[in-house]
Design a binder for this molecule. Sequence first.
Ligand SMILES: [Zn+2]
Length: 170
Amino acid sequence: MAIFTLNMYTSKIIEDIAQEVLDLTHAFENYTNVSKISNALGLKVIPALFNDNNIAGMLVYNDQEKAIYVNSTEIKERQRFTIAHEIGHFILHNELIQANKQNIFYRGDDNSSKPEEKQANQFAASLLMPKKELERTLNSFEKIHVEPIAEIFKVSKQMAYFRLVNLGLI
Ligand SMILES: [Zn+2]
């Protein structure tokens, strides 16, 4: 087994990397087009049914296959988050992926406390609700309401709420 160290990305660095990905792929079109980003990275997005329905998605990256499998039974907003999360692993944890060709990243509900999972979640939030687009949107609102913001960015209300809280906007 290969030994690797996980980069301790700050939230600011994760924000910047996500913005760079959006800029390079031109994937922000009123909202973030996650399929466009996956395609640009050579990752096929495959809707799937898992034996364990707690699995939201997985990234498979080896010589045979480069793909993101996403649990198709979940609501669209959550599927978008899952794809963005797996893109986060691909971008932030490439060293880890390269070190272990068979590595598959799962996103379930039980492993979110691992640092790499936190980083991938932070990346997903930054990708789906880019800071500058969010600030632009908020400028057009007199008062901040989570629901319309979630609709604009096509994310769950819960995700929109956490993102606004994390950025200190509410
Ligand atoms: Zn993950």
